[in-house]
Design a protein around this ligand. Structure first.
Ligand SMILES: Cc1cc2nc3c(=O)[nH]c(=O)nc-3n(C[C@H](O)[C@H](O)[C@H](O)COP(=O)(O)OP(=O)(O)OC[C@H]3O[C@@H](n4cnc5c(N)ncnc54)[C@H](O)[C@@H]3O)c2cc1C
Length: 404
């Protein structure tokens, strides 16, 4: 049994704490905020067993030109935002080439396919079943050409990864989700994924479970992590081991210990809207670069990626997403005065960083889950916990790869 500090109480940190605690360790989690109030609060709430391939940068000349000219809503950027991470973005582009993306997808797919299996027992033990739905989400295809392409993708995901999906024509979609008020060419019902109507609430419920099982959550600043005898100290807590699970803030911490992490920070926004008849399923309208999730607070409209240092008060991606959502549904006024914003912690090679920090005894890294950290937290937590106990870990995820 060891005393272990986990820095960060997002989905990744809290899942790490639970996995280590289940192995008999005494764990303290430190966060300057309440658990699940940052990136793990603001996402679209999807637990995505279908997301077997990480998001590659679109490299087709037409798509690149659209991004460069600031058209389209998948990726927005500005000069300071791009320059501040230009090496990481370049590396992300290289890893988006077909052969590299294929290699990453093999590892990523193995992780993703375990996600509901790992969340399931935690949801049950945390008593969080009331905020989870297990009947998937719907991806819309507004044009026949997009629907044709989607059928090929669904078949490939079934053949290669065993992903279950049902393709719906316009009539079938109308029967399954009658709240949609315009006809679209078709849809994919990704039926084995789950979703959560309160993502921050799920992390808080996992943290409460961890405390009920004897763990400690300390409200404090982990920024001063330093050596303390053979172990570590942060704020008022000490431990033999420390795990850095600070999401997009992790590179600042690892740099202090000699590990430079080239992260791509993909900013996203969301806002809730009042709605009398919300859809039954979350609706992904990727043609308009948004996901529309029925949540406790209202319909959450969540946007794609923006490369910027400073967030905007009226983000164009959200304005556009709201317009697209209003075509589909009868939507009321916004719930909040301002949109929420946060940054997806994305690694250029699209794989999370999980394992031992090189040359730093008893220091561990667990971050960089990009677009799917809410899904993957409990999966990679098991890998980290096994390695901390002397297992081999996954070489593809090891922090040492960043030194090569
Ligand atoms: C718009 C959007 C939509 C998304 N949709 C999905 C989705 O549908 N499904 C999915 O799986 N993923 C989704 N994601 C990605 C997912 O939200 C992230 O990958 C995940 O939340 C990252 O979790 P984390 O625990 O690593 O980071 P975080 O949740 O950010 O946790 C890091 C924690 O570190 C703490 N911290 C930072 N610095 C310090 C310090 N000095 N001292 C103490 N504490 C500190 C913070 O307070 C925070 O609580 C989405 C992301 C966005 C932005």
């Amino acid at each position: 049994m060891a005393e272990i500090l986990v820095l960060g109480a997002g989905m990744v940190g809290v899942s790490t704490a639970l996995a280590l605690q289940a192995r008999g360790h005494q764990v303290t989690v430190i966060d300057r905020n309440a658990p699940g109030r940052e990136t793990s609060y603001g996402n679209a709430g999807l637990i995505q067993t279908e997301a077997v391939e990480p998001y590659a940068m679109p490299l087709a000349p037409g798509a690149l030109m659209q991004i460069a000219l600031g058209r389209g809503y998948d990726v927005k950027w500005n000069v300071p935002g791009l320059l501040s991470q230009v090496n990481a973005v370049w590396s992300y582009a290289l890893h988006s080439l077909p052969a590299a993306h294929r290699r990453a997808s093999v590892v990523w797919g193995r992780l993703i396919r375990q996600s509901t299996q790992r969340h399931g027992p935690l949801i049950e033990a945390a008593g969080a079943d009331n905020i989870i739905r297990r009947d998937g989400y719907i991806e819309l295809h507004r044009t026949p050409a997009k629907f044709d392409k989607a059928q090929v993708v669904a078949q490939r995901f079934l053949d290669e990864f065993g992903v279950e999906a049902t393709l719906l024509d316009s009539m079938q979609l109308a029967a399954l989700e009658p709240t949609i008020r315009i006809p679209v060419a078709g849809a994919t019902h990704w039926s084995d994924s789950w979703n959560c109507s309160d993502p921050g609430g799920l992390v808080a419920a996992y943290a409460a479970l961890f405390e009920r099982r004897g763990g400690r959550v300390l409200n404090g600043d982990a920024g001063d992590l330093h050596r303390h005898g053979a172990g570590w100290r942060a704020d008022e807590a000490t431990g033999e081991h420390a795990v850095i699970a600070l999401g997009p803030w992790s590179p600042m911490m690892t740099a202090r210990f000699g590990l430079n992490v080239p992260m791509v920070y993909k900013r996203g926004y969301h806002r809730h809207y009042h709605m009398d008849r919300p859809p039954h399923f979350p609706i992904a309208d990727f043609g308009n670069s948004v996901v529309l999730s029925p949540m406790r607070r209202g319909l959450r409209i969540a946007t794609a990626a923006e490369l910027t240092r400073n967030p905007r008060l009226t983000p164009p991606q959200l304005r556009h997403g709201e317009k697209a959502a209003r075509e589909l549904f009868e939507i009321g006024a916004p719930v909040e005065a301002e949109p929420w914003t946060g940054r997806r912690p994305c690694m250029p090679d699209m794989l999370p960083v999980v394992g031992r920090v090189p040359d730093q005894p008893n220091l561990w890294a667990h971050f960089g889950h990009g677009h799917q950290g809410f899904t993957l937290g409990p999966v990679t937590a098991e890998i980290l916990a096994e390695e901390l106990e002397g297992g081999e870990g996954w070489a593809e995820l090891a922090p040492a790869r960043l030194r090569r």
